[in-house]
Design a protein around this ligand. Structure first.
Ligand code: PA5
Length: 478
């Protein structure tokens, strides 16, 4: 059966659009970007573009090829999901960071917001969906109150297999399953990890757990389109082929030579120039509850990739742009006052939707109360869209940079485009900033200190260093 994304007309009708008028000085005045600013960094742009191409050709950006090289993986995931979905009442992801935020974002974007409360039939026969992405003992304990672990499939996702948060959860659950289910416990575990490296692969091989592979050249936060995201999505009834097709479509758009027509390059350039103008915050504000967790996923991608102490020459530069999550219209009543009248230190990215999956008509009542009567006879979707446009305008009027990404609808195809666009933009911004967007040395110190405090062998020197740290001054404590 042919898929709708094979129809060129449908594909084009689902193309993500980008409006960056309000980033420009023509609209926001002295705090905006001039076309000359873009021209002035043309050489830098060309170097960044060449470097992106070279890295891709050398296999240093394997995440870029994920839309094209996973036919077998997709078939394996679909076949597995098809068999296990009937066996289990719940599906639980154990992961953190890049191994959790994508699965949450995609599930929330595509599925019914109250998916778990629907009957199994209304969930399309798929199990309830949960993600345990912290070591908060309350959260996991309370999860055990509402799932039957014997009827739950646990997907442990960890590329390294050494992430304490994820592996501690796994150790608790594996032990619990062994005790309750005896030999058959293995069927309740599926691992997503590296093909060769890390702790989880030998465990999966030894115990005989079903497993999927995270390609070696794809880092955590760029892994949503690998089995990290594809298996959870398939287990929630999401069309993973369409998700990948959307990513492939965005890849085509991001190859367009004309920078003004290339969304990945232009979004990266605008973000870079905004940072150059001390706009050190990027607010991500979708106007759709379904996209709320896309802002969470983006925040990790942007923060971990671009927040760096050293540039590629090893000079200390301490760069980055702080991502802030917001939700329209909810946060108009919480944060927008600051965005409109506060400091000129941010750019805001709105994500809009042309056609919501539902429309709700507001009845023609209270015509005698002018401040309410004007709403009657309109729809909630008209209202949210109008509020978005009004907020864009209000920020523009205050000279505050903002731009809008619009999805014709929220579906797997448009979501695939959005995820891929954010990834390309992040990588391109990293090139312009001349930093390595693919490592995260800043999180190692905290991890190592945790290991040392917990007495992990090999961390004795770190423990000694910690023990020698200055004592806290009681004057600054109460
Ligand atoms: O982007 C990253 O690399 C990180 O956020 C990782 O995804 C996160 O630390 C989890 O790592 P792992 O998959 O090895 O458990």
């Amino acid at each position: 059966m042919s898929k709708r994304f094979e129809d060129q007309t449908w594909k084009e009708s689902m193309r993500l659009r980008m409006d960056f008028n309000n980033m420009m000085a023509d609209f926001v005045g002295e705090h905006g970007i001039k076309e000359e600013d873009i021209v002035a960094i043309q050489e830098k742009i060309e170097i960044a573009e060449a470097s992106m191409k070279e890295k891709r050709a050398n296999g240093d950006m394997d995440w870029r090829d994920l839309p094209y090289n996973q036919a077998e993986v997709v078939a394996d995931i679909k076949a597995y999901a098809d068999v296990v979905k009937d066996k289990f009442d719940a599906f639980v992801v154990l992961g953190i960071g890049g191994s959790a935020l994508g699965p949450i974002a995609v599930q929330q974007a595509i599925n019914h917001p109250f998916f778990n409360e629907l009957s199994k039939e209304d969930r399309g026969g798929f199990p309830r969906f949960y993600v345990a992405d912290n070591v908060d003992p309350e959260n996991l304990s309370y999860l055990f109150d509402i799932i039957d672990v014997e009827k739950t499939l646990f997907n442990v996702i960890s590329k390294s297999g050494s992430t304490s948060e994820t592996m501690s959860q796994f150790m608790i659950i594996e032990d619990m399953l062994k005790e309750r289910l005896g030999d058959s416990y293995k069927e309740n575990i599926v691992c997503t990890t590296d093909a060769k490296n890390g702790n989880l692969r030998p465990m999966a091989d030894k115990e005989g757990y079903k497993s999927f592979v995270i390609p070696a050249g794809v880092g955590g936060r760029f892994s949503e389109l690998t089995p990290v995201g594809l298996l959870p999505a398939a287990m929630a009834g999401i069309d993973i082929e369409e998700l990948l097709a959307g990513a492939a479509y965005m890849d085509e758009l991001c190859k367009i030579e004309d920078t003004f027509k290339n969304p990945g390059s232009m979004y990266g350039i605008l973000s870079y120039l905004a940072m150059e103008q001390d706009k050190n915050i990027q607010v991500m504000m979708p106007y759709a509850d379904s996209l709320k967790y896309i802002a969470d996923w983006f925040a990790q991608l942007w923060a971990e990739s671009l927040g760096k102490k050293f540039n590629n020459n090893g000079d200390a530069v301490n760069v980055g742009q702080t991502p802030v999550k917001a939700l329209g219209a909810t946060d108009q009543h919480s944060q927008v006052q600051l965005y409109a009248e506060g400091p000129f230190d941010k750019m805001t990215v709105f994500i809009g939707v042309d056609e919501y999956n539902k429309s709700l008509r507001i009845p023609k009542v209270y015509g005698d109360i002018p401040s309410l009567g004007f709403l009657g006879g309109t729809t909630q979707d008209q209202l949210i869209k109008t509020e978005q446009m009004a907020t864009e305008y209000a920020l523009m009027k205050q000279g505050k940079m903002n731009m809008t990404l619009t999805l014709p609808k929220v579906n797997e195809f448009t979501l695939g485009q959005l995820l891929y666009l954010f990834e390309v933009t992040t990588a391109f911004a990293g090139e312009l900033m001349d930093i390595n967007a693919f490592d995260q040395p800043g999180v190692e110190e905290g991890k190592n200190a945790t290991y040392a405090m917990f007495g992990r062998p090999g961390y004795e020197d770190k423990k000694a260093e910690l023990d020698a740290r200055p004592e806290k001054n009681s004057k600054f404590m109460m």
